[in-house]
Design a protein. Structure first.
Ligand code: URA
Length: 439
């Protein structure tokens, strides 16, 4: 057992840990051979001093192998996965996973639950009556082999080191460190077993990364780490200057995804889904250009192939696929409240985090991991950045289980909008693309 105090002091003083020392630290965390206060001290030292690229690779590798690593070799073909760093009305997985799988590329998706204002794919899918994401790895592999698409929850034995480190980071002010975020996300993605990973790094008022240089640095490091650990990875940097879709909340987001797959609606949500989905096709060599990928994905919407694939996913995981024909079978909220503009002007900024926090307050999200959520709660947005809004015009409708919750959310929601007299330039939706470096 190495002397953890020596390792903490070394990191505290700005020196690099050797690969062996980093592995010893992760092993001690995994086996509970180190006290939480020492792990916390090490995390703070890492947060303050940073990690070298070499240290980050070793940390990610050690975290990946701290528990089970999925072996997807029984599923033929190159497997695709994607990950979003989290946002509001960020429903792309429900759209692109069926679209990409319907092109013949197996999509093996291990997803998380929502926390804070970021939604989670598991909660969204579980708003479909009967849908279960609690699958064993064997069952998930068998389903993906048969249908080409599965969405499962993370198992407890996957990256146990990250589970412990993240829980301590959450309570010690050490979440916002790029190398710690990189190792946390990439260890889980690599342990989940897919050959290719497309990352959606969100940037803006409703994202972890508020500014472009930090988002670019995070994306670059994740792409490099993925590559050095044998995966093909690319990253799309997309804007969270406003909620991506129009519907926020679990059942509401399923409704919007169904409408997109039916070709009834599109907008920014479809654009980002096509950008990410086409890169999943490109990394798995199913197409030779992003444009070819987007054309193919659009065709899967027109022919209904994407919607058919979503139907297979819902049915195989015990859900009520009749929601596709009749989305009103999804949970509906008992109470609603329309929030209207107090003045006229061009909508020039949205505080997306406040809109996300409103949805949490309404019951759509969690403050703590153990909180229950209300699948029907959420918000239907009625405006986009750049719109001219008249005084009294609808900004959005809040949905919750009672009028009191709607009333509580209204002030926070209304405070999220900034108006100007002149129309202002809109931020681009796709801010940057970081591709894997070619050898
Ligand atoms: N999501 C993760 O899984 N880990 C982090 O560190 C931050 C976001």
């Amino acid at each position: 057992m190495p002397n953890m105090v020596d390792l903490i002091i070394k990191k505290r003083d700005g020196l690099s840990l050797s690969p062996q020392e980093m592995e010893q630290f992760v092993s001690a965390v995994t086996k509970d051979d180190i006290a939480d206060y020492q792990t916390s001290a090490m995390l703070m030292a890492m947060f303050l001093q940073g990690l070298t690229p070499e240290e980050t690779v070793v940390l990610t590798h050690a975290m990946t192998h701290s528990g089970a690593v999925m072996d997807l070799s029984a599923i033929p073909g190159k497997k695709a996965d994607k990950h979003s760093t989290g946002g509001v009305a960020d429903t792309t997985t429900l759209i692109l996973a069926p679209l990409v799988a319907s092109c013949g590329v197996p999509v093996f998706k291990m997803s998380g639950r929502g926390l804070g204002f970021s939604g989670g794919t598991l909660d969204k899918l579980e708003s479909i009556p009967g849908f279960s994401t609690a699958l064993s790895p064997e069952a998930a592999i068998a389903l993906c082999k048969k249908s080409g698409l599965v969405v499962m929850g993370q198992t407890k034995d996957l990256t146990p080191a990250d589970q412990k480190l993240y829980a301590l980071r959450d309570v010690t002010g050490t979440v916002d460190s790029i190398p710690l975020i990189v190792s946390s996300i990439m260890s889980k993605k690599i342990a989940a077993g897919a050959d290719t990973i497309v990352l959606d790094v969100k940037c803006g008022s409703g994202a972890f990364m508020k500014d472009l240089p930090s988002a670019q640095s995070l994306a670059r490091q994740m792409v490099q780490i993925g590559r050095s650990l044998g995966r093909r990875v690319s990253a799309v940097l997309s804007s969270m200057a406003q909620p991506l879709g129009l519907l926020i909340g679990n059942a509401l987001e399923v409704k919007e995804a169904i409408a997109v797959l039916k070709g009834e609606t599109g907008g920014d949500l479809l654009e980002v889904s096509l950008e990410l989905g086409s890169r999943m096709l490109l990394l798995t060599d199913a197409v030779s250009s992003v444009e070819e990928g987007k054309t193919l994905l659009r065709r899967q919407i027109e022919t209904g192939a994407g919607l058919d694939q979503l139907e297979r996913l819902i049915t195989q995981q015990g859900g009520d696929a009749a929601v596709l024909k009749d989305p009103d079978r999804l949970p509906n909220a008992a109470a609603s409240l329309e929030v209207r503009a107090a003045k006229s002007g061009y909508l020039c900024a949205m505080d997306t985090a406040s809109i996300g926090h409103t949805s949490v307050l309404l019951g759509a999200g969690r403050v703590k991991k153990t909180d229950a959520i209300d699948p029907a709660a959420g918000i239907a947005m009625a405006v986009r950045l750049g719109d001219f809004v008249q005084e009294g015009q609808l900004l959005g409708t809040l949905y919750a289980r009672n009028d009191g919750l709607c009333a509580q959310g209204a002030a926070l929601f209304a405070s999220a909008f900034t108006f100007s007299e002149e129309k202002q330039a809109l931020p681009p939706l796709i801010l940057d693309i970081i591709e894997e470096e070619t050898k």
